[in-house]
Design a protein around this ligand. Structure first.
Ligand code: EPU
Length: 335
């Protein structure tokens, strides 16, 4: 069923809590719905959104916002060790993770409590606590918005990288994600590399998917704002990757600076860099950083997209001045 609304408030669809409207809001709940819409949007400004947890609207959207309400979870194949689980793109991400953990399917537990929906998890390659969605994704089933044809992207086709996929690059805006197929494990193959996740699990009675989920939920609740209470888009910036020589030089000046090995160099913590610039003690009238995690830019009330961007530019400039490092938003800015 296709639902069409006009002059539609996007407040419930962006976790930043920016009060803007869409000229048209179209919600689809099946592959057939997408096929019926495809081909009719070529000359119209349009944007597919998920849970709106990574969006920053600069103003009203004078076009069509498309949103998936495709749900349903099914096991489409299984072998001795793994199962392929196909999930509708409109399912709330954390409800999906909870569903898999409850059934003893393993793999997504580290990605607990991330806001957003299943479709966007593939686009954004969401990641936390040592795991990225792309590690578990087998394929992404899409529909072309221009002609309604079906296209399956294998894991390799998706070209997942840190907070990145082909859907944010050359295929941007061309497809709607209908379903995502995850390969989950039947046996424990847990990732416990982050912080004291292992100790947290032991304190909860042992390492298993349910306890990892509990520990991750506790850690997130302690560090990150609840979007229902404080407007934000989670991490506003990506962690920058710099050349090893740059990291070494910075480390000699700032020995406490956290560093992580990463493809192509050394990953720094944007949150730490921002924190060191004193942003937890400073804010603008409507925008600040979160007290427990400086990487999260928060709406202090009635912020506009322009307020947020102006504040973010000041943060970027201060990090550049103190550390000589460029940090870039992971949030998608919608003009
Ligand atoms: N740090 C500070 N001050 C701060 C924030 C962080 O000193 O205000 C330090 C921490 O003490 C730690 C380091 O910086 O040593 C890294 O912080 P944290 O472990 O919180 O992780 P992060 O790199 O800041 C990333 C993701 C998060 C994800 C966590 C855990 C990005 C952009 N962010 O944050 O993802 O939950 O790791 O894996 O990669 C999100 O994308 O919205 C998000 C929350």
């Amino acid at each position: 069923m296709i639902k069409h609304s006009t002059d539609y408030s996007l407040l419930p669809h962006n976790t930043f809590g920016i009060d803007v409207k869409a000229a048209h809001f179209v919600e689809f709940s099946s592959v057939e719905d997408i096929k019926a819409i495809a081909g009719r949007l070529d000359s119209v400004r349009h944007l597919v959104i998920g849970g709106g947890s990574n969006l920053l609207f600069m103003g009203d959207f004078d076009g069509v916002i498309l949103h998936s309400a495709i749900n349903g979870v099914e096991v489409v194949a299984e072998d001795d060790d793994t199962l392929l689980v196909r999930a509708g793109s409109g399912i709330n991400w954390d409800e999906f993770v909870a569903y898999t953990v409850e059934r003893g399917w393993q793999g997504l537990e580290n990605l607990s409590a991330i806001p957003g929906e299943v479709g966007a998890s593939a686009v954004q390659n969401v990641g936390a606590y040592g795991v990225e969605a792309g590690d578990l994704i087998e394929r992404v089933e899409c529909i072309s918005l221009s002609d309604g044809s079906e296209k399956v992207f294998t894991k390799e086709d998706c070209r997942f990288a840190y907070r990145h996929s082909v859907f944010k690059a050359e295929e941007k805006g061309k497809y709607v994600v209908a379903h995502v197929v995850f390969r989950l494990n039947k046996v424990g193959n847990y990732v416990l590399t982050y912080g004291n996740l292992k100790e947290q699990c032991n304190a909860l009675g042992g390492v298993n998917a349910a306890n990892i989920r509990k520990a991750v939920c506790e850690t997130r609740a302690a560090k990150l704002p609840d979007p229902a209470e404080i407007g934000s888009a989670g991490s506003f910036f990506m962690n920058p990757v710099v050349e090893a020589s740059v990291a070494e030089e910075l480390k000699s000046r700032f020995p406490a600076m956290p560093t992580y090995a990463a493809p192509g160099g050394v990953k720094l913590s944007a949150g730490w860099l921002i924190d060191q610039c004193g942003w937890k003690e400073r804010s603008s009238a409507t925008v600040g950083v979160y007290r427990n995690q400086a990487l999260v830019v928060v709406n202090l009330g009635d912020a506009t997209g322009a307020d947020v961007l102006a504040f973010a530019a000041q943060v970027q400039a201060s990090v550049k001045e103190k550390f000589g490092v460029d940090i870039h938003p992971e949030v998608n800015v919608i003009d």
